[in-house]
Design a protein around this ligand. Structure first.
Ligand SMILES: Nc1ncnc2c1ncn2[C@@H]1O[C@H](COP(=O)(O)OP(=O)(O)OP(=O)(O)O)[C@@H](O)[C@H]1O
Ligand SMILES: O=P(O)(O)OC[C@H]1O[C@](O)(CO)[C@@H](O)[C@@H]1O
Length: 324
């Protein structure tokens, strides 16, 4: 293998730049030519592919976002789009690919590799932490810390005004961010897609809580089955029926996706980037390079996508105990 390419795709995440940097520098260190594909699968289809050098990735390890940019491509989901992408890779002599992204990115990579056979190794780049085959995903730690900083500030004003705040964090299908924010932010409740939210129980305990506490924080993952934070707040308000209680909603939104990555995300991104290139050279394909128990592990895309990564029962128990 002489030429490889790297791209970032799906939702960007802090630490993706560290990962790109490690891919580029590991490739050069190992004597390979390395190309950057811009805007994920969009750029692969449009042929937006440029050679990268060691200096191309200077001064980026501390930056959020991704220098390769990211996109969600509908066209790559079509056979015609993937054919065009393949032709562009062949035209550039690309023999191996590092795909940095989440489960959607790996779904596309798996289909593409099975159709056209270019070996692909993935790196877990998503803030959601919802990928089987790695203890943490690149960007999760930064996202949680960003959200926590905001929650701490909301707590100050919640306490000053005796208010109940419903704070929505990201997590379309996963509650990892919400649970860690709940524990770390001292929330009274956490609502996540993985577990059934019992609003009657919440209302009951909220009424009891209010005897001893004057303010409350409820962390809601955006994908909770009862709805988003606004919807849930209205349902709870309706059931509590107390004019004296003051309810507020804050949606943290995309602030969680940006910012300078934490040390953990920089190191994880760098490790996965290095491991992906080493994996390609060793003949690995159709798999993701992740880190479990401090060891680099290669997990088939089929498992990363198909197997559920459960929330930690210990974390859920801790949340319940600490919120009394
Ligand atoms: N079934 C599929 N077939 C082909 N390509 C796909 C498929 N699913 C996803 N992709 C490609 O992967 C891209 C990224 O997927 P998606 O938007 O779901 O983000 P992601 O990688 O899951 O990241 P995040 O978890 O941060 O949202 C899609 O825009 C699409 O181009
Ligand atoms: O606004 P976008 O780019 O569609 O992404 C939003 C989604 O991306 C994620 O941050 C990561 O997958 C989700 O938690 C969120 O729902």
């Amino acid at each position: 293998m002489k030429k490889i390419a790297v791209f970032t795709s799906g939702g960007d995440s802090p630490g993706m730049n560290a990962c790109v940097r490690a891919v580029v520098r590991t490739a050069i260190y190992k004597g390979l030519d390395v190309y950057g594909i811009y805007r994920g699968y969009e750029g692969m289809i449009e042929g937006d592919i440029k050679k990268m050098y060691s200096h191309s990735v200077s001064n980026i390890i501390q930056r959020g976002g991704t220098i390769l940019k990211s996109a969600r491509s509908m066209e790559f989901k079509t056979p015609e789009g993937r054919k065009q992408a393949y032709e562009n890779l062949v035209a550039n002599g690309i023999e191996g690919i590092v795909a940095i992204g989440g489960d959607g990115t790996f779904t596309g990579a798996k289909i593409f590799q099975e159709e056209y056979g270019i070996p692909t190794v993935g790196c877990p780049g998503t803030i959601d932490n919802d990928l089987y085959g790695t203890d943490y995903t690149i960007g999760f730690d930064t996202a949680v810390n960003t959200a926590l900083e905001a929650i701490d500030k909301i707590r100050d004003t919640a306490a000053a005004h005796d208010r109940i705040f419903f704070i929505e964090v990201m997590g379309r299908d996963a509650g990892f961010i919400a649970v860690d924010c709940g524990i770390g932010g001292g929330a009274e409740f956490v609502m996540v897609p993985e577990t059934k939210t019992d609003l009657n129980k919440v209302v009951k305990s909220m009424k009891n809580l209010r005897k001893s506490k004057t303010s409350s924080i409820v962390v809601v993952a955006e994908g909770d089955e009862e709805g988003n934070a606004e919807v849930i707040m209205n349902k709870v308000k309706e059931r509590i029926k107390d004019e004296n209680k003051d309810f507020k909603v804050t949606t943290l939104g995309h602030i969680q996706r940006g910012g300078s990555p934490t040390a953990r995300d920089r190191v994880l991104g760098s490790l996965c980037g290095m491991a992906a290139v080493e994996g390609l050279i060793a003949g690995k394909m159709n798999c993701m390079a992740g880190v479990m128990n401090q060891q680099i592990v290669y997990t088939p895309f089929a498992d990363c996508i198909g197997k559920e990564k459960p929330l930690s029962n210990e974390h859920l128990k801790l949340m319940e105990i600490l919120s009394i």
